[in-house]
Design a protein around this ligand. Structure first.
Ligand SMILES: Cc1cc2nc3c(=O)[nH]c(=O)nc-3n(C[C@H](O)[C@H](O)[C@H](O)COP(=O)(O)O)c2cc1C
Length: 210
């Protein structure tokens, strides 16, 4: 079956000089614009990883903070993505805000955030998500849904009346960008693409061909 929706992107022009000097600041401006436009979960992004053998893998995650220190997300340290990142810390994040005709691609090295930072974030999560993080052996095969629900109930019983602590197998990762590309859809597929790349600790902005 052929698939062709024929959307002609019509966003206004994007000029390097009009973009912030720091890509994290520019990213936060675009994220705010996506939020102001009322887009659901504007912090939803694809994380692409690859194993040491170069086998690629991608999945959706939620961005939890961004700034000059990098882009932070939280997950299970024993998941498939964590196995990839342990073998190969190079990764890529991708955001797409369709109604704004905008895409952002962020590539660089990923490292774990400190246990203190993960614990501080974990403490802000709803209790159900906290017990879920303990109960889930993310990306491992389950015999049944019931197996998971039994584990959740056991965690809830264990910590009844107490705070649920940060699980040892759960925490944050931070991607420290080396390149960040801002894409804005333009008519006739002649899109604007501005890429920042780090050169001797200075961000250089370049226009890329669509
Ligand atoms: C919109 C959306 C947001 C998600 N956010 C997260 C997240 O922040 N952390 C997480 O571990 N999984 C999240 N998931 C689930 C992941 O996509 C994925 O199924 C899970 O992390 C296992 O991935 P892996 O087997 O590649 O490790 C999210 C899924 C969707 C659709």
């Amino acid at each position: 079956m052929a698939i062709d929706y024929r959307i002609d992107y019509q966003a206004p022009p994007l000029e390097p000089a009009a973009l912030a000097d720091d890509p994290a600041r520019q990213f936060l401006e675009w994220l705010s614009a996506a939020e102001l436009a009322g887009l659901p979960e504007p912090n939803a992004m694809t994380l692409a990883t690859a194993s040491a053998l170069g086998e690629p893998s991608a999945r959706m995650l939620l961005l939890k903070s961004a700034g000059p220190e990098g882009f932070t997300f939280y997950t299970n340290y024993e998941s498939a993505k964590a196995a990839d990142l342990a073998e190969n810390p190079r990764a890529c994040l991708l955001f797409f805000w369709q109604p704004l005709h905008r895409q952002v691609r962020v590539s660089g090295l990923v490292e774990r955030v400190s246990r203190e930072e993960s614990a501080a974030y974990f403490a802000t999560r709803p209790r159900g998500a906290q017990s879920g993080a303990w109960a889930s052996t993310q990306s491992a095969v389950l015999a049944s849904r019931e197996e998971l629900e039994v584990r959740v109930a056991a965690i809830e019983a264990e910590y009844e009346g107490q705070e649920i602590p940060l699980p040892p197998h759960w925490g944050g990762y931070r991607l420290m960008p080396e390149t960040v590309e801002f894409w804005q859809g333009r008519p006739n597929r002649l899109h604007d693409r501005i890429r920042y790349r780090l050169a001797a600790c200075v961000w250089v902005k370049e226009r890329l061909s669509p």
